[in-house]
Structures are given as structure tokens and as C-alpha cells.
Ligand binder design. Structure first.
Ligand code: FAD
Ligand code: SIN
Length: 545
């Protein structure tokens, strides 16, 4: 079957849903999402959305904090766009009915998180993402021009290559999508294709990210010929609950903004030895400090303690964390400390896009965590991610509105008749599947051990040798098997891991989230991005149509 629309949006987190709602007045929108519609990193966001809405605040101050956290690698213009256009975007969420927390006077309650010079984080208690997702989805399902295909996974982008094998790709026509219920692969074609597939935390074994965060957008775009940028900057959140668990339950940074203190298990505070900002230093500093203390003291976790604050206030501000820890783990945070460790949390790099979200393939956009707009540089400032999803989704809609007036996508129509159906491949050998599952475990453990918070040239080189071998095994299996979500995700995880390792090897300095013990932390102050070009990008013949 072939689905057609003006827009094909892949992903139903904040970026995909906000884009869809805004774009629906311009044409038919198809949203493809590989799990339940609400399943996304967005749905688990706790702390909130940063925006200069406080009386003493302004976008310049927000910009300053973003640039400082970004370790000299932010694109200043992208940040200027983020902080200025972000204010209106958050107001739109309010108009859409997101029930943000307010204080007694009815004003928005603003939280504080690491790296922010002031209270700036708009939130809905400590379940901000769930409320955003709920409000956006309510509007989406009621919209006559938006069709949601859930439990459909995008497999690959459709480019010239799928009309004529070995043809170089310059234009995007849609995507092949796998129905998880029937196992059939269909085509979804559109004038404009928007990747909003989120992050890749599942490349690591310990992560706050949900199961859907397997880097599919980066992998699909790179395979189709798009450049990716700064993938070595993977952010580790300092405080995930220390427990066997999948995924690692996040303890929001807003708890530190509310006064929570980090201590060793014996109660000794340590953050004053790492930063004047102590618990509210940017995330890279706090995560590295915890990692060092774990290693120096030979302990498995550190403590995060809020028990000195009023119990009623703790319960009122952090109901999700209070209830989850009490009911699932028998920890009463009003009386006892929380055992925490860092966990992989956020992909700061991604598909290289311009300020309107355009990727290298014509008609293809990338928005949200899968994109590299340049706003996060070497380390994302807390609560800037949801904001980025909104701002660049809106900019992509604005950009496409102009292009639709030119009717330029008409030029793609003659090609579509020649689209080849998906070649299903051979039968799976279940005995081999065990080996492949082993590959997944191996990728995750090598990423944790060699490409984690602390890196070295030796570790990265070892990781590169191992991942090349694993990736070729995975591809071999993929080529001989009928695609399922598991095998497709493994193919993407293996590729994204390889791209992260290659990026990390290219950066010969310690900077932001990328800490390599072989380099003194004397920073090259210039803005030096790591850009990986796929082979297809070097195509000298392909024409944009
Ligand atoms: P997501 O919300 O991850 O959505 C991606 C969507 O794409 C999902 O629907 C997924 O199913 C779908 N998808 C993926 N691959 C495919 C495919 N191949 N085919 C079809 N569908 C696909 N940021 C903040 O700014 N503030 C916070 O307070 C905050 N808290 C966080 C707490 C947690 C626990 C986590 C994990 C992240 C947090 N972040 C926070 C980061 C932020 O939530 C994410 O960066 C942001 O939500 C990403 O939005 P997105 O729309 O780009 O992607
Ligand atoms: C948190 O609530 O600590 C997460 C915020 C973020 O990732 O921006």
C-alpha cells in the first residue's frame, strides 16, 4: 500500500506533533510513529522548558547561559533564534491548554536547573512532558487533516536510489514504513518529509531514554546521504536512580534547583570541590564529578538528598518522583537520600540542518533531538531541548509554506511512478538471531566502557575496531533476514554507535561533554565542528529537482 500526503512526519514527540499541528492548515499530514502515539522521550520529560518569561529575565541572559554551557561550540545565530522565538512558542503551548504549574498569584511557577543564572524553567510539576504530549495529541487526533499511523516504523528514506539502483540521491520522496502488526512494508510519499525521531540513548546500556530512542533518524539520514554533526557530544544526566531498571528513572535537575545536595554515601558533600556553582553547575561538570567520586571512593552510587526541605513542599513540587520512589522502590525522599548515578540522556549532535531545519537532501527536514541546529554546542543547557523542538518545528513550517507557494514539489511527481517496491529479503535464521542479540549487548557495553563520560585514545581506538566488526556482522544478518523492528533498530544502533566513535576519535581535545584523558583541558577556543560526510554526499552528478 502507498500512503500519500503533503507532509510525512516521522515521530510523535514534541517536535513531530507541534510541526504536524502547525502544518495541517497547509495540507494533509501523515504521522508515522513506531510505538504508541505518546511513547517518546518527550513523554518522560520532567524538569520543563526554559524560556525567558520571568520579570528579571530576558532572552540575552538565556542566550548567555546557553553559550556558556555549550563550551564555545554553539552556533550563536541558532541560539539567538532559540531564545527569542522560544518565548512565543511556550506561550503557544499555554494557549493549546498545557496545564503548566502556577504559583499562588496565578503566575507561571519557574524552576531552576544547572547552568541557568535564574529561575527560568516553565513546568507542569515534575511531569511536564506527559502534559505536553497529552495536550498536543488531543488536538492531533481531533484534526481532520492529520492521520496518525502508530506501530509503523520508518525503515529508510526513499530517494532516487529507489527508482533506479545505484543512482545518487539528492532528493527525498518519502519513506518505507514497516507495519509492526502485519510485518508488511509500505511506502509513504509526501512533498515534504520531516524527521522527528528523537535521540539515541539506547546506544548505551544505562540511559534515561525510552526504548524508542534508537537513533533511527540519524541512521536513515546518513544512509541516504546527509551529513551529521558533533555526535561525540552525548550528554550524561548526572542523576538517574541507582537501581537495576530499564530505563534508568530520572531524578530531575529541578530537585537540585530546589536545594537537593549531592553527597558520598557517608553524607560528605563534594560538589564544592568541582565548581563554585556546586550542584547547579552545568551537567558535564556535575556528571564528571560524580563519575570521579565513584572511581576514587570505590562506591557504586552517590546520594542526592532533599530531606532537609519541608515534606509537604517536596510532595507538592515533585509528585511523580515522590510517588514513584515510594511505591516502586520504597524510598521516602522526604526522609532519606536517593542513590543516584549518571546515565546517557541526550544526543547533542545529529543530522546537520540549517536554521529552518533543512537537511542535505532536498525536501527533507530534521527537527527536535535528531537534528543538529547548533544550539547545544558541546553541552546542552538543561530544559533547552523541548524548546528547540518547538522553535525549529515552527521554522520548518514557515519555510515550507513559502516553498509550497512556489509549487516546487511538483517536479518530483514524474519520478514517483517508477518507485520500486521494497525487496523483503530472505528468511530469518533464529539460531543466528541469538548472535545478533549478543552484538547488541556488546555494542552497549563497549559504548559505556570506552565511549562514556571519560574517554581516551586507546579506548576509542579499541571501540572503533570492535564496532566495525560488529556493524559488518549486523549488516550481513540484516541483508539475509525479513525486517522486524528489533533487527532494524539494531542496524540503526550499530551505525549510530559507529558514527559516535568516529566523531569522538576526530576531536583531539577535551571540551564540553567530550572528555579525553589524553588531552589537557586547554581548549581550542575556535568553533570546530565534527562533520561526518557519507559517501553519497560526495556525489558529483546528482541534481536537486
Ligand atoms: P521524542 O520525544 O523522543 O520523539 C521521537 C518520536 O519518534 C517517538 O514518537 C518515537 O517513537 C518516534 N520514532 C523514532 N524512530 C522512529 C522510526 N524509525 N519510525 C517511526 N517513529 C519513530 N528536555 C527538556 O528540555 N526538558 C526536560 O525536562 C527534559 N526532561 C527529560 C527527561 C527524560 C527522562 C528524557 C529521556 C529526556 C528529557 N529531556 C528534557 C529531553 C527531551 O525530552 C527530548 O530531547 C525531547 O523530548 C525530544 O523530542 P523529539 O520530539 O525530538 O523526540
Ligand atoms: C531534568 O528534568 O533534569 C531533565 C531536564 C533536561 O534534560 O533538560
Amino acid at each position: 500500500m502507498t500512503y500519500t500526503g503533503t507532509f510525512l512526519v516521522i515521530g510523535s514527540g514534541i517536535a513531530g506533533l507541534f510541526f504536524a499541528l502547525k502544518a495541517a492548515r497547509l495540507g494533509k499530514v501523515i504521522i508515522v510513529t513506531k510505538d504508541k502515539p505518546e511513547e517518546s522521550a518527550t513523554n518522560y520529560a520532567q524538569g520543563g522548558i526554559a524560556a525567558a518569561l520571568g520579570e528579571m529575565d530576558n532572552p540575552e541572559k538565556h542566550m548567555e547561559d546557553t553559550l556558556t554551557a555549550g563550551a564555545g561550540l554553539c552556533d550563536r545565530e541558532a541560539v539567538r533564534i532559540l531564545v527569542n522565538e522560544g518565548v512565543a512558542a511556550v506561550r503557544e503551548l499555554i494557549d493549546l491548554g498545557v496545564p503548566f504549574t502556577r504559583d499562588d498569584s496565578g503566575s507561571l511557577h519557574l524552576g531552576k536547573e544547572g547552568g541557568h543564572g535564574m529561575h527560568r524553567v516553565v513546568h507542569a510539576h515534575d511531569f511536564t512532558g506527559r502534559e505536553i504530549e497529552r495536550s498536543l495529541l488531543a488536538q492531533i487526533v481531533a484534526h481532520p487533516d492529520i492521520q496518525v499511523l502508530d506501530r509503523f516504523m520508518a525503515v529508510d528514506l526513499i530517494t532516487e536510489h529507489h527508482f533506479k539502483p545505484r543512482q545518487f540521491s539528492r532528493n527525498c520522496f518519502g519513506a518505507y514504513i514497516l507495519s509492526e502488526d502485519t510485518g508488511e512494508i509500505h511506502s509513504a510519499l509526501a512533498d515534504y518529509i520531516i524527521l522527528a525521531t528523537g535521540g539515541a540513548g539506547r546506544v548505551y546500556p544505562h540511559t534515561t531514554n525510552p526504548a524508542v530512542s534508537t537513533g533511527d533518524g540519524v541512521a536513515m539520514a546518513y544512509r541516504a546521504g546527509c551529513r551529521v554533526r558533533n555526535l561525540e557530544f552525548f550528554q550524561f544526566h548526572p542523576t538517574a536512580l541507582y537501581r537495576e531498571g530499564d530505563p534508568a528513572f530520572l531524578i530531575t535537575e529541578a530537585l537540585r534547583g530546589f536545594g537537593a545536595v549531592l553527597t558520598l554515601p557517608d553524607g560528605t558533600p563534594f560538589m564544592h570541590r568541582y565548581s563554585e556553582q556546586k550542584e547547579l553547575a552545568p551537567r558535564d561538570i556535575v556528571a564528571r564529578a560524580i563519575d570521579s567520586e565513584l572511581k576514587i571512593n570505590g562506591v557504586e552510587y552517590v546520594h542526592l538528598d532533599i530531606s532537609h526541605r519541608n515534606a509537604d513542599e517536596i510532595r507538592a513540587h515533585f509528585p511523580l518522583i515522590y510517588n514513584t520512589l515510594k511505591e516502586k522502590y520504597d524510598i521516602d525522599i522526604t526522609r532519606e537520600p536517593i542513590p543516584v548515578v549518571p546515565a546517557a540522556h541526550y544526543m547533542c549532535g545529529g543530522i546537520l540542518v540549517n536554521y529552518d531545519g533543512r537537511a542535505d537532501l532536498n525536501y527533507l527536514y530534521a527537527i527536535g533531538e535528531t537534528a543538529s541546529t547548533g544550539v547545544h554546542g558541546g553541552n546542552r543547557l538543561a530544559s533547552n531541548s523541548l524548546l528547540e523542538g518547538l522553535v525549529f518545528a515552527q521554522r520548518a513550517v514557515n519555510d515550507i509554506e513559502g516553498r509550497l507557494r512556489q509549487r516546487e514539489a511538483e517536479a518530483k511527481k514524474p519520478y514517483l511512478k517508477r518507485l520500486m517496491p521494497w525487496d523483503k529479503g530472505g528468511a530469518a535464521n533464529l539460531a543466528e538471531w541469538v548472535l545478533v542479540q549478543h552484538d547488541l549487548k556488546e555494542i552497549r557495553s563497549l559504548m559505556w566502557d570506552y565511549v562514556g563520560i571519560m574517554r581516551s585514545n586507546l579506548r576509542l581506538q579499541r571501540a572503533a575496531r570492535r564496532i566495525d566488526l560488529i556493524y559488518s556482522e549486523v549488516l550481513d544478518f540484516y541483508n539475509r533476514t525479513i525486517p522486524t523492528r528489533e533487527i532494524l533498530e539494531l542496524r540503526n544502533i550499530a551505525l549510530v554507535a559507529q558514527l559516535i566513535i568516529r566523531s569522538a576519535l576526530q576531536r583531539k581535545e577535551s571540551r564540553g561533554l567530550h572528555f579525553n584523558t589524553d588531552y589537557e583541558e586547554v581548549r581550542d577556543e575556535s568553533r570546530n565542528d565534527t562533520i561526518l560526510e557519507p559517501l553519497a554526499f560526495k556525489n558529483p552528478f546528482g541534481e536537486a529537482i
